[in-house]
Every structure is written in structure tokens, then in C-alpha cells.
Design a protein around this ligand. Structure first.
Ligand code: 13P
Ligand code: SF4
Length: 334
């Protein structure tokens, strides 16, 4: 496939531009050139491949990426992450062009909570406030009072008066963790992340006995049984910072393994072991995040496609829940 017209026809079905790229092209140099030429910024999540992280202008967790998307003065935001993250960037900066290298970079957690089904569910609890983890669709955000990320979820729940009942969606594992941390009982939507649910408690405990010097650190999207064994639970940024300040030399990391690239860069002398999943494959990579490649990143910057487009009413109605989250974060110094 060599012409952009042909490639664009396939964009809808494939989710990315399928244009032949010269194998001798220096992709890193070309991406750097396109960044300058188009006044574009690359925002990357920690779960991206290392080569994408290394070329990004900003690498962070969901909260940091939203804050950066809201603040940037670039004309184009290239989002190296998944669809709901790029949508959030578009909601926060609607006048900017937001590109996602592969439109099919979705999220099992966001998929586990379809907005029309949630709308009916919400009708059963008319007096409840809806708090949604930012890992949900833009349409879900229009049904949400306050969004949260794993960094600010405790502060978001604590900002709500104690006698106010809450629905928490879509992640049941994060919801249960928050119930424990805040002492608040909530109505929980039964959704989950395929990557964080796959860890094997049995294999992890075996690994911990093999490495008694190691600390298990975990993301709150993991199941309760994994969190019970962890000595530290936090968002990706929280985990990264913890590995830098802790005196421990070896960590077993129960989250997507992409974060280990930054952990290893920040602490080259420490050892990071990815927590083993509950299957025969040794990997715990998010298949959605990993749909983005350096080649797709280059093509999307060159042709300015695929682009995130959202109807005006979705942008307008979803925005309030994200703004509220950012206000609470700013107040808490996050
Ligand atoms: P954070 O970026 O908030 O750590 O969440 C991790 C995640 O699963 C993003 O998809
Ligand atoms: Fe979604 Fe889980 Fe992948 Fe994050 S790691 S994008 S929550 S499927």
C-alpha cells in the first residue's frame, strides 16, 4: 500500500495508516524533525515501548498526561497511549489536533463499561454521585460527576461529603482498594483491566520466597489478593518515585512492564523483576498500549492521521468531570 488515499481507506478498518516506510529511514530523526516543523508535542504513557518513551517530550501517568495536555501550547498533541487518554486530551484542548498512532489502541477496562448500559445502571441510584476512573470513554465521562486517576482517587473520594452516596466505575479492584483506604462504602461497577487481573498470587509468593530481599510493589488495579502481599501500592508515577527513594535494591513490579524502563533508568543499580502472570506467557504487557509503534508514530505525524474527533456536545458534557478532578488535584498539590 503506497498512496495515502489507499492507506486512508484502510484507516477505518485497520486503525492506523498502512503506508510503506523506507526501512533505511532514521525514524527517530524524522520524528524529531516533524515535531519542530509542526509544533507538535509527544505525550507518552509509561506503558509504551521503550523507543517511544525515549522520544517523548513528556512521559507520565494518566494524571500527569492530562495536566500536560491541558497546559501545552503545541498545535498538535501526539498521544502515545490509548484511546481514552487521547480523548481526554481532546476534551481538555478541543482546538488542538490530537493524534493517536493507532485508533484501535483501546482499553479492556474502558470497554467493560459501555455508556448506554451504565446510563441504565445509574438510573437505579438517582441520589448517587458518580466517580469514574479516567480509564473510560468520553461518553462515560458525560455521565460522570468527577473523574479520578489512580494518583488522586483517594483525594477525589474524600472531597465528597460523607453522607453523599457514591457510584464508583468502572474498575472494581480500584473501587475495593478505595473502600479500604477511605472507609467509604460505594456502589461498584464490575469492570477490570485485563493486564492487572492476570497476575498470579501463587507465582508471586513463590518469587518472593526466592527473593526474600525483594519488595512487591503494585498498582491498585490489581486484585485484592495481590495488593495484600504488596508493601507499597500506588499509581505508575507513585511506584516509580517509590523505587527511587526506597533503600530496597530489588523490586517485584505488579503492573504493566513498560514502567520498568523508567525505573531502571532512574535507578540503574537496582533490580526490577516483572510480576509473573497467571499464564504460560512470561509477559505482562498491555496489548492495547503496545499497538503503537515508532513506525506508526512517524506515519501519524507525517500525515496527521488518525485524528481524534469528538462531537461538540460530548466535549462540553465530559469536560466538567475532568475539570473537577484537576481542581481537586491542584488543591491537594498533586
Ligand atoms: P496510571 O497511569 O494512573 O498509573 O494508570 C495505569 C493504567 O492502567 C493506565 O492505563
Ligand atoms: Fe486499559 Fe489495563 Fe491497558 Fe491500562 S493496562 S490501557 S487499564 S487494558
Amino acid at each position: 500500500m503506497n498512496t495515502l488515499t489507499d492507506a486512508a481507506i484502510f484507516l477505518e478498518t485497520k486503525g492506523y495508516l498502512d503506508v510503506a516506510v523506507d526501512p533505511d529511514l532514521d525514524l527517530v530523526a524524522e520524528i524529531e524533525r516533524l515535531k519542530k516543523e509542526k509544533n507538535a508535542i509527544i505525550l507518552a504513557h509509561y506503558y509504551q515501548d521503550a523507543d517511544i518513551q525515549d522520544i517523548a517530550d513528556y512521559i507520565g501517568d494518566s494524571l500527569g498526561l492530562s495536566q500536560e495536555a491541558a497546559a501545552t501550547d503545541a498545535d498538535i498533541i501526539v498521544f502515545a497511549g490509548v484511546h481514552f487518554m487521547a480523548e481526554t486530551a481532546k476534551i481538555l484542548s478541543p482546538s488542538k489536533k490530537v493524534l493517536l498512532p493507532d485508533l484501535k489502541a483501546g482499553c479492556s477496562l474502558a470497554d467493560s463499561c459501555p455508556a448506554p448500559v451504565f446510563r441504565k445502571f445509574k438510573e437505579k441510584y438517582p441520589d448517587h454521585v458518580v466517580v469514574s476512573y479516567v480509564n473510560c470513554t468520553a461518553e462515560m465521562k458525560t455521565l460522570t460527576d468527577i473523574c479520578c486517576t489512580s494518583t488522586n482517587a483517594v483525594q477525589v473520594i474524600e472531597s465528597i461529603p460523607e453522607d453523599q452516596p457514591i457510584i464508583f466505575a468502572p474498575d472494581i479492584n480500584l473501587g475495593r482498594y478505595l473502600e479500604k483506604k477511605t472507609g467509604r462504602k460505594m456502589v461498584l461497577w464490575d469492570g477490570s483491566c485485563m493486564v492487572h487481573e492476570i497476575f498470579s498470587a501463587e507465582k508471586i509468593t513463590k518469587l518472593m520466597s526466592k527473593h526474600p530481599e525483594a519488595e512487591l510493589i503494585a498498582h491498585p488495579e490489581c486484585e485484592e489478593i495481590i495488593l495484600q502481599h504488596a508493601s507499597f501500592v500506588a499509581s505508575t508515577t507513585g511506584l516509580l518515585k517509590y523505587t527511587q527513594r526506597s533503600a530496597t535494591q530489588t523490586f517485584i513490579v505488579a503492573t504493566e512492564s513498560g514502567i520498568i524502563h523508567q525505573m531502571q533508568k532512574a535507578s540503574p543499580d537496582k533490580t526490577f523483576i516483572p510480576a509473573p502472570p497467571n499464564n504460560t506467557c512470561a509477559c505482562n504487557e498491555c496489548p492495547h498500549m503496545r499497538r503503537n509503534t515508532l513506525e506508526k508514530l512517524y506515519l501519524c505525524m507525517k500525515y496527521e492521521q488518525p485524528e481524534i474527533r469528538l462531537p461538540d456536545h460530548i466535549v462540553r458534557d465530559a469536560r466538567a468531570s475532568i475539570d473537577r478532578m484537576l481542581e481537586i488535584s491542584a488543591k491537594a498539590g498533586l
